[in-house]
Ligand binder design. Structure first.
Ligand code: ADP
Length: 257
């Protein structure tokens, strides 16, 4: 694949990270954070050293989805670097762990703060940093792509037609930035009840994306009460049920990134 585009020198905080994977969606509420967190914990379960950067300033999900003992990021006063918090060996940085005073910010300010948080965190040596991108394809997303040399992008969508149009925007953004989109996750694609499978949002838009944009992998995630409950409980499903159907899907996704 082509070398990713990023502005200037690679920041020291990111130099010892082998793979930086963006999990992206154009809309909120499609399950992007669920995918990011479960992917990260699956990779960790496969033996990798992993960090998660929750780049969503306005609606950080990481503090709900994982439950580290220490819920506040600390600053090293000498180096002025940020110490990630940790849960089950995965390093975590989120605005939700940054304390007060983060809610009211304008776009350019947000881009600056995100870049700073990402690059001044002491990630150390990592095999994977999973970035839970803010939804959309605006300035904040572009800045992130320019600050961090992304090695892969995973796009999360739901099966509706409108969601397909949004995914197309995301794919175009990453392709302009020369970041390979390795997989699409079609979330909430079906549910099983009374021995039958239902497709409440219709079928086929995921495979349409794969065909149209040549994305090599498509994964389906069903609507599952346990996925939602584990998201709220602070223990990701991939951790709570490592032999389950969801964990299996994330293992397959983990191999692609
Ligand atoms: P986003 O990051 O795109 O805003 P989230 O990952 O926060 O979306 O998901 C939104 C809500 O939907 C969360 O409460 C999450 O637990 C729930 N959810 C996501 N995917 C599923 C699924 N496949 N089945 C059940 N609930 C889900």
């Amino acid at each position: 694949p082509a070398k990713p585009i990023y502005a200037g020198e690679l920041p020291p905080g990111l130099q010892r990270i082998s793979n930086i994977v963006a999990v992206s969606s154009c809309k909120g509420g499609v399950g992007k954070s669920t995918v990011a967190v479960n992917l990260a914990y699956t990779l960790a379960g496969m033996g990798a050293r992993v960090g998660i950067f929750d780049a969503d300033v306005y609606g950080p999900s990481l503090p709900t989805m994982v439950s580290p003992e220490n819920r506040l990021l600390e600053m090293n006063p000498e180096t002025r670097t940020i110490l990630p918090t940790e849960y089950l060996g995965v390093k975590l940085v989120s605005f939700g762990f940054a304390g007060q005073g983060r809610a009211i910010m304008r776009g350019p300010m947000v881009s600056g703060v995100i870049s700073q948080l990402l690059t001044t965190a002491e990630w150390g040596e990592l095999d994977y940093l999973v970035i839970d991108m803010p939804p959309g394809t605006g300035d904040i997303q572009l800045t992130l792509c320019q600050v961090a040399p992304l090695t892969a992008a995973v796009i999360v969508t739901t099966p509706q037609k409108l969601a397909f149009i949004d995914v197309a925007k995301g794919v175009r953004m990453f392709s302009k930035l020369k970041v390979p989109c390795v997989a699409v996750v079609e979330n909430m694609c079906h549910f099983d009840a009374d021995g039958k499978r239902y497709y409440p949002f219709g079928r086929g838009s995921g495979s349409q994306v794969v065909q149209q944009f040549g994305i090599p992998h498509l994964f389906d995630l069903p609507i599952r009460p346990t996925l939602s409950a584990s998201g709220d409980s602070g223990i990701p499903e991939a951790v709570a049920d490592p032999q389950g159907e969801v964990a299996k899907t994330f293992q397959d996704l983990g191999v692609c990134v």
